[in-house]
Design a protein around this ligand. Sequence first.
Ligand code: ZN
Length: 308
Amino acid sequence: MIEVSEVGPRDGLQSIDRIMPLEAKKAWIKAEFEAGVPEIEVGSFVPASLLPQLADTAELVAFAKTLPGLKVAVLVPNLKGAENAVRASVDKITIPLSVSETHSLENVRRTHKQMIDEATAIAGMIAAQPEGERPFFEGGLSTAFGCTLEGPIDEAEILSLAEQLMQAGCDEVGLSDTTGYATPTHVKRLVKAVKDVVGEDKLNGLHLHNTRGVGLANVLAGLEVGITTFDASLGGIGGCPFAPGASGNIVTEDLVYMLDSMGLETGVNLEKLLDVRKIVSAALPGEPLYGFVPDAGLPKGYPDGYVE
Ligand code: ZN
């Protein structure tokens, strides 16, 4: 089973200036859930003054929690955000730690040390919750494949931060290609190196962007080194601030098509998933939606005779 995690409502929408109405977000989340997507990152607990697009995250979590079995994930930048997330009863919390300290200072105005302290505080707060009410806690190593400000990142630094996140109390770490710099060989090398440090079963997820067109190649590389969860966004929504015309996250529809055709179980119904685009395009008229499979259509007779 390969897990597809939809991050469009968070990563996609935060990159668009317009605010998607709450009701449209709910319809989107419900439709993806009904298409079989097992995990959705519905938003981020950040001050509304910073990201007004995600100001309704608490309402969305409450709504998403009514969808039985859906894993409801959010991003939090600090303890305060994590407290709000726990109050909302999310299933998964990710704290992003930018391995580029320059990026971290620009983005969240925190040094690595401060972010590790934040992760430690969050892990302590989660541990203090009653059993059965503790969300899964992931440390997301962002800009892991390179930074627009610093360029290549020293691998020893990444490994050290991965170790520190686990010592801080994260359940696992993930790798994020925030800048769309990852390539297949780099993915394999870094995943193996991080797994060597944190443990084979403590790195399972990759967050990839398709900025330079090698997003799905990177997925394949990830599969070969044991990655089982991939973040993606419907229609690659959000675009890429560094490359006009390029999609943002890897496209959920293309990802599911590739996994599906390889005979890898995702639990997602591709035809239903393709239909979800109508909701998003109606709510954000004129916003480009990407994806090769949606543009070209499924092969004649798919899936009979195509799936390995
Ligand atoms: Zn991203």
